[in-house]
Ligand binder design. Structure first.
Ligand code: ADP
Ligand code: MG
Length: 609
């Protein structure tokens, strides 16, 4: 007996609905996209009943009576006509499935009027069947009302989550759409309360309306969108908004490129705020891989990763002061979720802080000088005799413990000038608890973490030496044996060349062992073994990052001055000078180096002001 039957259309629509209309949020996404495709400049959405009831009104092109009837048919679309259109897609929709799918699992009415028609028209649809239609009086645009979503698919209804969960997904959908379409005014109400509203008056207003003025203030432009300064780091990746041709997507490639560009600036568990608008020839991507078009496949992942990462790195480096958090870092708190999007919540910038830009006014100029000189001079060191530029008159002979600093004494005059300039108005007050360096500068008390300062310097020096091929090696009298696991060994053996460039000559030494024959000429404060273990650890835990980065980070972290070490004033001055030459103010893991307390703040605390 024959068993195969062609499915009844109402059944196949319900099956398709499972893909397109996963939940109220994905339904709303489809509806918004339709309004945007119809060139609406105003979109209002009201959601009640846990998302089962939704009303969406737009002022777009609208539909004629015939189109209105066709709109709920499966594969009915006004957006593609030929096969080529699929690969040249500039509209959000094209499958002609959304309305048919939604209609099949709800009770729906659509009212619409286009420019050419005298009157509007309205249809009532029950589980995909038109049950009534009538002529109506209406402005141009479309109004769709969905009631009782999933009323005829109890299994699906069971998958609806709590009201809060469904509502927050809906908010996320509307927010991401509003962010990409900042010239369109959006309004979202949940249970008749407005929770999100944008004016449609451009990017800056949109950011302030969706997040806060503080976020806007801390966003900087770069080639592919906007990136946040260190003052608005988040603790999830959710604030990296990625749009490809205005379509919100979760793109692992782009996300990783952004995070990697910030790499050494980010503290563990912290992520940047970023909005990426990446435009690409539609032929280069396949949005068709996912029915709700959430996932996008690029034809060339690597180029996109490299392009975005290097563009962002370039800009971050040019605006180095952005990457220095100001004293009053406001820990992300209120705006850490989409739960409450009232802009006023974030206006808490009243606290006084010396902004990074204030502090680095002169620095930018000097940095240019420095970079110019960088080309001719691969390395600079401070001669001890130059320590007298510090306003403190304690001149001590040769700094102890600082053989790594005093080994090289290439001094470029311009650089010296620059250094003197940098430090002339600072006064080193001393060391606190053998951990922190206290400095007075203008009207501010600055507190530096000595370990991080040195770590950052070593990091920059090593990087510099490595990329300029300046690392020399020294033979070990007794080679060092290191026990490793099988995978660790494999990883090390795969990267022998890189280790060699860093001065580590390594050989296989039987089953679970390797042997180190040479090490770089480097002031190891920690044993070579300890340092190497750390390199392996870093290498194994951060699979995605460059192994060279792992080596540099481990070497600088392990071998930097530790908290608890006593420092002489001269040592401090050398440290600070170097730090200012490099001009990077976070540790390679992103912890801040400096805290600044304006005297004004102290005056206030003591009730003087
Ligand atoms: P698609 O968007 O893939 O074309 P849909 O099922 O979402 O498929 O919509 C079917 C058609 O209905 C669209 O191609 C469009 O012509 C029309 N349509 C849907 N929503 C609107 C709207 N808000 N305003 C104007 N036309 C609309
Ligand atoms: Mg559509």
């Amino acid at each position: 007996m024959n068993k195969i039957k062609i499915l009844d259309e109402s059944i196949s629509n319900i099956i398709a609905a499972g893909e397109v209309v996963e939940n109220p949020a994905s339904m709303i996404k489809e509806l918004i996209e339709n309004s945007l495709d119809a060139n609406a400049s105003l979109i209002k959405i009201n959601v009640t009943n846990r998302g089962q009831n939704v009303k969406i009104i737009d002022n777009g092109d609208g539909m004629s009576k015939i189109d209105l009837f066709l709109s709920i048919e499966r594969h009915a679309t006004s957006k593609i006509i030929t096969k080529e259109d699929i690969y040249n897609l500039r509209s959000y929709g094209f499958r002609g499935e959304a309305l048919a799918s939604i209609a099949s699992v709800s009770k729906m009415s659509i009212a619409s009027k286009d420019k050419e028609s005298e009157t509007g028209h309205q249809i009532y649809v029950n589980a995909g069947k038109i049950v009534k239609d009538k002529e109506i009086v209406k402005n141009q645009g479309t109004e769709i009302e969905i009631k009782n979503l999933f009323f005829n698919t109890p299994a699906r209804l069971k998958f609806l989550r709590t009201k809060n969960t469904e509502y927050s997904k809906i908010k996320h959908v509307v927010l991401t759409q509003a962010l990409a379409n900042y010239n369109v005014s959006f309004q979202l109400s949940l249970d008749n309360k407005i929770v999100l509203k944008t004016s449609g008056k451009g990017f800056e207003n949109c950011i302030t309306e969706l997040f806060s003025f503080n976020i806007l203030k801390n966003l900087k432009k770069f080639k592919y969108g906007y990136y946040g300064t260190m003052d608005i780091l988040r603790s999830t990746k959710d604030y990296i908004f990625t749009y490809i041709n205005k379509r919100y997507v979760k793109s692992k490639i782009i996300e990783t490129a952004i995070i990697d560009a910030y790499y050494t600036k980010l503290m563990k568990g912290k992520y940047p705020f970023a909005i990426i608008y990446f435009d690409i020839d539609p032929k280069e991507i396949d949005v068709n891989v996912h029915p709700s078009k959430k996932i996008i496949k690029f034809s060339n992942d690597n180029t996109i990763y490299n392009d975005i990462k290097s563009e962002l790195e370039k800009t971050l480096w040019e605006n180095e002061s952005d990457s220095m958090p100001s004293l009053n870092i406001q820990e992300e708190n209120t705006d850490s979720s989409f739960k409450d999007i009232a802009p006023t919540k974030y206006f808490s910038d009243e606290k006084i802080s010396t902004t990074p830009t204030q502090m680095f006014d002169n620095f930018e100029l000097n940095k240019k000088n420095y970079q110019k000189n960088k080309k001719n001079e691969t390395f600079y060191e401070i001669k001890e005799e130059n320590n007298n530029f510090v306003e403190n008159n304690n001149i001590i002979d040769t700094p102890k413990n600082f053989n790594d600093f005093s080994q090289k004494k290439v001094v470029n005059e311009n650089i010296m000038e620059y250094k003197i300039d940098r430090v002339k108005n600072i006064k080193i007050l001393g060391q606190l608890n053998n951990m922190y360096i206290l400095v007075e500068r203008n009207d501010t008390l600055e507190i530096y973490d000595q370990h991080i300062v040195h770590e950052r310097i070593l990091y920059e020096e090593l990087k510099n030496e490595y990329y300029n091929k300046k690392i020399s090696k020294q033979n070990l009298l007794t080679p060092i044996n290191i026990e490793v696991s099988e995978i660790e060994k494999e990883k090390v053996m795969q990267n022998l060349d890189i280790f060699n460039d860093f001065g580590f000559e390594i050989e296989d030494f039987g089953e679970n062992e390797i042997i180190i024959r040479t090490v770089p000429t480097f002031n190891f404060r920690e044993s070579v073994k300890e340092t190497f273990f750390n390199i392996i650890k870093e290498m194994m835990s951060k699979k995605e990052t460059d192994i060279r980065e792992n080596i540099i980070i481990s070497m600088s972290c392990k071998n930097a001055i530790k908290a608890g070490e006593k420092l002489e004033i001269e040592e401090i001055s050398i440290l600070l000078n170097k730090l200012y030459i490099y001009g990077k103010f976070t540790c390679p893991h992103g912890r801040p180096i400096i805290l600044k307390i304006p005297f004004l703040e102290l005056d206030k605390k003591f009730g003087r002001k």
